[in-house]
Write a protein that binds this ligand. Structure first.
Ligand code: BV8
Length: 228
């Protein structure tokens, strides 16, 4: 049986209304990522960063999983699958996924920059919030900004070294180290598949292109019918 590592990006949740980062009208065309997705930007203007994530948290709260999320969950229930996501939404969990590895953190969690505590994020975070553990006014979204260490890299490396298949869903392959996972797979001799609206810059052995809500269920159906 296959041991599959699946990396997802914003394209997985695009049809759930959450938008992407680098497509036309994407988040990084509306905001300067240096202002809202770096520790330096947070230090400069924490209120602006909290507002950016409050808006995304509100948007995500109203979103529902699409057919691609449900297809990945079906595959996880039937095969040995590690779901690694760059997405900070919880739509895979909403579709019934277990044990999703959010390598860039989660919108629905907050953390304390002073003591490292983490707790469920309130719908709206403000600079006057205090850490429930240490009381410091140092709360921030529990997400990984540029220049910060992504979550779970050791676990991802170990899974990639054992994988029989690496799949990237809905990611432009722009952000590292996630964008380098396909190269790790190749170096390990692991076949790789890209499921995306259009070909990214990554070098994959195979690709299916179109909206995730169509191509991901079709691909999962083939994997399961081939009894791989
Ligand atoms: C780090 C915060 C130290 C949460 C984000 C080499 C090695 C290591 C680091 C670097 C390196 N080179 C450069 C770096 C630094 C940097 C980096 O990669 N910079 C880029 C800009 C070059 N990386 C870092 O800083 C990382 N940390 O390096 O720590 C270190 C050093 C060594 C080893 C380990 C660690 C931290 C990166 C995390 C930054 N945080 N977000 C948030 O606010 O969400 S990044 C941001 O981009 C999001 O997390 C997002 O998930 C991620 C990736 O974007 P995508 O998901 O791919 O989205 P995008 O819009 O780009 O693409 C969407 C795709 O979907 C497109 O292809 C589109 O065609 C497709 N699509 C659209 N609609 C659909 C669709 N597909 C299917 N169906 C559809 N309907």
């Amino acid at each position: 049986m296959e041991k599959i590592v699946i990396l997802s990006g914003a394209g997985l949740s695009a049809e759930s209304g959450l938008g992407t980062f680098r497509d036309e009208g994407g988040l990084w065309t509306q905001y300067d990522l240096a202002d809202v997705a770096t520790p330096e930007g947070f230090a400069r203007d924490p209120g602006k960063v909290l507002d950016f994530y409050n808006e995304r948290r509100a948007n995500a709260a109203g979103a529902r999983p699409n057919a691609a999320h449900h297809a990945l969950v079906r595959l996880q229930h039937e095969r040995d699958v590690l779901l690694v996501t760059q997405n900070v939404d919880s739509l895979l969990e909403a579709a019934g996924a277990r044990d999703v590895l959010h390598m860039h953190g989660r919108l629905d969690r907050a953390t304390c920059a002073a003591c490292g505590a983490s707790w469920p994020a309130p719908p709206v975070m403000s600079v006057s919030d205090r850490c429930p553990d240490c009381g410091a006014r140092a709360t921030r979204p529990d997400v990984v900004w540029f220049g910060e260490m992504p979550v779970g890299l050791d676990r991802i490396d170990a899974a990639l070294s054992q994988a029989t298949l690496f799949v990237a869903v809905g990611t432009s392959g722009t952000v590292y180290p996630a964008a380098g996972f396909v190269d790790l797979a190749r170096a390990n001799g692991t076949p790789s598949v890209e499921l995306n609206l259009e070909a990214s810059s990554g070098v994959f052995d195979d690709g299916r292109y179109g909206p995730a809500s169509e191509i991901v269920p079709a691909w999962v159906g083939k994997i399961l019918s081939d009894n791989r």
